[in-house]
Design a protein around this ligand. Structure first.
Ligand code: HEC
Ligand code: HEC
Length: 284
């Protein structure tokens, strides 16, 4: 087997990037670039009109729609559509053009998000859909990241699902803390507790309720953000703290940290249970 060390591999990558840069330079010389760079602080503009503006929505009603429409296109589709439909309805009288644009959204594009990306078990689709909706309405990168991270922490750490459909109020239903944003881990833990298979109707019911919870939380955060808009203060939106030791691990290891060697804010202990915040001081 041929082996290649890291340095060698990087050199090889560097060489091909170099070739790419050269070919791009040739391309640029023959074809002037007219694309403008979007300003992250500007709302999404279409023909000079603020196209994707947010309007206050009723979180409980968003949750009901996310739950009821789950069978249409599953988790990602349902959280995204419930939020966008509600914003469109809220703008119906004040801005019918914006409302119409929202209603015409190609919602079917989010069917792929089910079961963590067409069955991959990666990022939970309910979270993915809600994050997409947040991205649609919050153009400032820093604010958007604060909101999506808040939602992710809520998802990882809350005993879910909380939502109860009208016909099953106060009936016992299994709840778990996922400790992960991954569909695989989140649904796996729930199936284990409920003693059901992943393809069971019970698991589908759980993910319908979970989607309702995530859509509701996202709606609440968007409402809060609207109330605080134009203020640099993120305090109203950001109330949850990443649990320890993950918060400490992130400080060193995530981008911008001392070690800065990985990308990630997921709960570290799910996959590195043996690590402690001071592991680097120890002789192993
Ligand atoms: C004070 C900074 C710091 C903190 C806090 C920290 N680490 Fe580390 N970590 C390091 C350093 C330095 C290394 C060694 C880096 C290397 O070998 O390139 C390392 C290595 C690692 C490695 C890979 C190498 C190995 O030895 O297995 C993992 C995995 C890891 N840390 C996970 C964690 C987790 C999980 C936490 C939180 C519980 C954490 N770290 C907290 C600094 C830190
Ligand atoms: C879903 C599982 C999972 C989660 C969650 C996770 N990791 Fe990892 N991590 C891995 C795997 C798998 C590897 C690669 C194998 C290894 O080095 O252990 C890895 C590798 C690493 C490495 C070594 C990188 C290197 O250069 O060798 C560090 C450091 C690390 N993780 C830190 C963290 C920290 C900090 C967190 C929490 C913010 C975290 N990980 C969360 C699965 C995970």
């Amino acid at each position: 087997m041929t082996t290649i060390n890291r340095r060698g591999a990087l050199r090889a990558v560097g060489a091909s990037v170099g070739a790419l840069l050269v070919s791009n330079a040739v391309y640029a010389a023959s074809k002037p670039v007219t694309r403008s760079v979007p300003n992250p602080d500007d709302p999404a503009m279409v023909d000079g009109v603020e196209a994707w503006k947010f309007a206050k929505i009723d979180p409980q009603s968003v949750a009901d729609q996310a739950y009821n429409d789950y069978p249409v296109g599953h988790c990602m589709h349902t959280t995204f559509k419930a939020i966008v439909d509600h914003v469109a309805d809220a703008l119906e009288t004040s801005d019918p053009l914006a409302a119409r644009a929202m209603k015409a959204f190609p919602f079917h594009m989010f069917h792929y998000g089910s079961s963590g990306g067409d069955g991959l078990g990666s990022l939970c689709g309910s979270l993915n859909g809600a994050m997409a909706a947040i991205n649609l309405f919050v153009s400032n990168d820093k604010v958007r990241k604060a909101i999506t991270n808040e939602l992710a922490i809520y998802y990882e750490r809350t005993l879910l699902p909380v939502y109860e459909p009208d016909d099953a109020k106060n009936e016992p239903f299994p709840r778990t803390v996922a400790n992960s944003v991954l569909c695989h881990v989140s649904s796996g833990k729930w199936c284990e507790l409920a003693q059901v298979r992943s393809g069971s109707p019970e698991r589908t019911e759980r993910c319908s309720r979970l989607s309702a919870d995530v859509a509701k939380k996202a709606a609440e955060l968007l409402n809060l953000n609207m109330a605080a808009l134009n203020s640099a203060d993120l305090a109203p939106v950001v109330s949850l703290k990443r649990s320890e030791p993950t918060a400490t691990c992130v400080k060193c290891h995530d981008k911008g940290g001392d070690t800065g060697d990985v990308i990630g804010k997921m709960t570290c202990g799910e996959c590195h249970p043996e690590k402690t915040p001071d592991h680097h001081d120890r002789k192993e």
